[in-house]
Design a binder for this molecule. Sequence first.
Ligand code: KIV
Ligand code: ZN
Length: 387
Amino acid sequence: MSSNRVIIFDTTLRDGEQSPGASMNQEEKLRIAQQLERLRVDVIEAGFPIASPGDFAGVKAVADTIRECQVAGLCRARDADIDRAWEALKGGADPRIHTFIATSPIHMRHKLKMEPDQVIEAAVAAVKRAKSYTSNVEWSAEDAGRSEMEFLARIVEAVIAAGATTINIPDTVGYTLPHEFGPRMAQLIENVPNSDKAVFSVHCHNDLGLATANSLAAVAGGARQVECTINGLGERAGNASLEEVVMALRTRQDIMPYETRIETTEITRASRLVSQITGFMVQPNKAIVGANAFAHESGIHQDGVLKNAITYEIMTPESVGLSTNRMVLGKHSGRHAFKDRLQQLGYELDAEQLQNAFQAFKELADKKGEVLDEDLAVLVDEERRIE
Ligand code: KIV
Ligand code: ZN
């Protein structure tokens, strides 16, 4: 794989599902997994097999069905977790065991109640056990964003020596800032002597709204796998949003010359499917997939877009699977967009009729907000009747 290829690891079915209220049944997980396969993500994290019999069944169904992506299952650094994960994953085309343990002083002291050396020992044992099942083993340092760099380098070196092939550095609580996290990733890779034996990965949460920015900073710092979810679904404020990370990499090739294998025209369909299945609405102004992401209302913008869309669109709607952008007729709209829409609807008005209709349109827009095609039909009929 080339050194500028970024692996996209989708965790909608695992971290995304941990979003309160976003539980999915087996059939729903499978439908989403099949869409993720069409989207051409590299890895689908399908769930946490030991969490419940339902989760086990969901991961197994995904692993047994999906052939074009690696399928991963999450487990703590415990034998029973790892064995259960393997039971669920073993029918997969390229199964990955993903084991994690916390590495920050806060988590080690208050949650694990373990000494740092015990944490290293547990992590190494978990990786070795996973490795006895598959060569494809990912290890994550939970709360790496608040871990001490020296300890992080020591444990990462040990788990790579034990056989981990992907090292994931999560900002579990969305605490770091991009100009801190990118150099942190670079420093870690530099300080781990056997770092060339593994792919470094990033997994960011959005508590400060920085998950996408931190993920991109980590790529600039040397990460070559990004963990993300459709619509940014995930614990608390969510995870880095797949569509944002992928489209940022694609749109800013000039300063981030990295490639993914994502079929971006499947993004909108993936977003709508996840929203429909989970019942989580996508906010209208959400980047890339919000209803307004390719909509224009103001006269100046509409005029620019009608002349050439690149004036106000940094990517095409077609590139994310939409058939067109959307001109919203409202009080901010200008004559150019108004006339254009009337022509699309088949109305030919002379200059005076157009002027009167435009005036009536503005008055209506003030009262109503968005003026729809049906409203325009009434406006034009009214104008013709008066004549
Ligand atoms: O946020 C996190 O640290 C995680 C790990 C389990 C990868 O989700
Ligand atoms: Zn997470």
